[in-house]
Design a protein around this ligand. Structure first.
Ligand code: UDP
Ligand code: MG
Length: 318
């Protein structure tokens, strides 16, 4: 049988979108124009609709009708940006894949520079945030805190990194085939791989469309995943707390015995209260930390897929 396969695009742009109806069309058009300038028509854009409740997917469908290089995948519900990205990587055909946000906060104007660095040999090109002027104060603080925590404890550098990246096909194949873990922290994983990397620097642009799609809780969730999937250090804190209470207990016990021998035994009420409170809180904290890891192990063991697809436009069956 003579199967004529379509040529592979050079660049795939992967865009996760959750309720982005206000800005998605402008974003796709801008990105398409820039890709055309870089690689002629050898590109594709895959928008992953991450369980939007607005018209995002319908708009992608319409764009796809007009231009077959624009493709859409609809997830059955909101699986979160990390999983949406992964769905995009699974279906992208390009020799290099660029991941970027639907709200144009990752300026597509940097794409040519990223492609240059890739052609010069980098397997991963990270776009690093030079400023975060557009983020609210608490978000800047949260980002600073989370990134430094992971960099410090997990031993990989994710400071100021973003999900705006170019990945070589080789890297994408590794991520999609060789890293079976369910809990993913995309930014950390790409640094962990250790292939030749390069960097570009960008200023975060103003958000197109309505406000950010991250709630406080989803950011907290991301931070916990980032930590627990990269380091067992918090578990060591538990051991540390245990030794601390042991040493403390040693002093308090000596004092108690001393008092007993000197016939002043009843004075220990305060000590007992302090001990109870300290030990109680250490035990609770420790249980909580262990619980976080057990929860992650539970998720891994269940082995459920990262995402489920309910429909697609422009994606070939094979
Ligand atoms: N996003 C997603 N699923 C979600 C939340 C966000 O696919 O559950 C997408 C969103 O549509 C956007 C990108 O992830 O393309 C970044 O989201 P947002 O701009 O809200 O976050 P921020 O820029 O504040 O990091
Ligand atoms: Mg944004």
């Amino acid at each position: 049988m003579n199967v004529v396969s379509k040529p592979r695009p050079i660049i795939s742009a992967v865009i996760p979108a959750h309720n982005e109806s206000q800005g998605i069309e402008i974003a796709v058009k801008q990105i398409a124009d820039i890709l055309t300038a870089c690689v002629d028509n050898e590109w594709e854009i895959i928008v992953i609709d991450d369980g939007s409740s607005d018209t995002t997917y319908a708009q992608i469908g319409a764009l796809s009708q007009l231009d077959a290089r624009i493709k859409g995948i609809a997830l059955s519900r909101n699986f979160g940006k990390e999983n949406a990205l992964l769905a995009g990587l699974d279906y992208a055909l390009g020799k290099a894949i660029i991941t970027l946000d639907a709200d144009l906060q990752h300026p597509p104007s940097f794409i040519p520079e990223m492609i240059d660095k890739w052609q010069a040999g980098a397997k991963i090109v990270h776009a690093v945030k030079r400023s975060r002027q557009q983020d609210s104060a608490w978000k800047r603080f949260a980002a600073y805190f989370i990134n430094h925590l992971i960099s410090g404890l997990g031993g990989i550098d994710v400071k100021n990194s973003s999900d705006f990246k170019l990945l070589d096909r080789e890297i994408v194949d590794i991520i999609t085939h060789q890293l079976p873990e369910k809990q993913r922290f995309f930014r950390g994983l790409t640094s962990w791989l250790g292939f030749p990397e390069d960097y570009i620097y960008f200023d975060v642009a103003e958000r197109q469309g309505d406000e950010s799609k991250w709630s406080f809780w989803s950011l907290l969730e991301l931070a916990i995943t980032a930590l627990t999937s990269f380091t067992g250090f918090p578990l060591r804190i538990v051991t540390f707390l245990g030794f601390l209470t042991l040493i403390l207990g040693f002093f308090v016990a000596s004092d108690a015995i001393w008092s007993l021998l000197n016939h002043q035994a009843v004075s220990g009420y305060t000590t007992i209260i302090i001990c109870l409170l300290l030990i109680g809180s250490f035990v609770m904290i420790s249980l909580g930390i262990i619980g976080e890891y057990i929860a992650k192990i539970y998720d891994e063991v269940k082995g459920r897929p990262h995402y489920l697809i309910k429909g697609s436009v422009g994606i070939d069956d094979d």
